[in-house]
Ligand binder design. Structure first.
Ligand code: HEC
Length: 139
């Protein structure tokens, strides 16, 4: 009896539960929006450090969009992530972000402006399909 009890106690290690996935909404507002603003707000970067800030933002965006591919903690997130159309918008973001990183590496400001435009289109189109309320809001 006491052995059984001990075994039972031993079987209850404090294994922390996995952290809950953030919702797509939180990723959008807390990470994707500020990182995109860095890319869209580019003026005239000169020093390597200034270009690095832009590249870091592009990498953050790639990682965060990649995370949205797997859904999230919001009520509709996993359903959206299952849709090919949703994934296709993320594919477009990845293409735009690769273009942005190539422009940053080449110190090509015009190329970065173009990539910023490519980055914007899927934001708008995906919101029209999946978050109609926000589609007309400027951000
Ligand atoms: C693949 C689809 C998709 C793409 C691409 C996308 N979003 Fe979103 N975004 C969403 C969805 C879905 C929501 C709403 C989430 C919810 O309602 O739970 C959202 C919500 C938002 C919100 C919050 C709006 C509100 O209602 O308060 C902001 C801000 C936002 N996105 C910014 C961006 C920016 C900036 C980009 C482009 C760099 C972008 N999003 C690209 C799907 C996308």
């Amino acid at each position: 009896m006491s052995t059984g009890l001990m075994a039972c106690t031993a079987d209850e290690p404090a294994e922390p539960p996995p952290p809950p996935k953030p919702s797509i909404m939180v990723l959008m507002t807390d990470t994707i929006t500020p990182a995109s603003d860095i890319i869209w707000g580019v003026e005239d970067p000169q020093a390597d450090e200034e270009w690095q800030v832009l590249d870091d933002a592009a990498v953050t965006l790639m990682e965060t969009f990649a995370a949205t591919r797997n859904g999230g903690g919001g009520p509709n997130d996993d359903g959206w992530a299952d849709e090919a159309k949703f994934q296709a918008y993320i594919d477009q973001e990845v293409v735009a972000l690769k273009q942005a990183r190539a422009a940053i590496a080449a110190r090509d400001l015009d190329g970065l402006f173009d990539a910023g435009g490519e980055l914007y289109t899927p934001c708008e189109e995906c919101h029209i399909d999946y978050n109609p309320g926000v589609a007309e809001e400027p951000y």
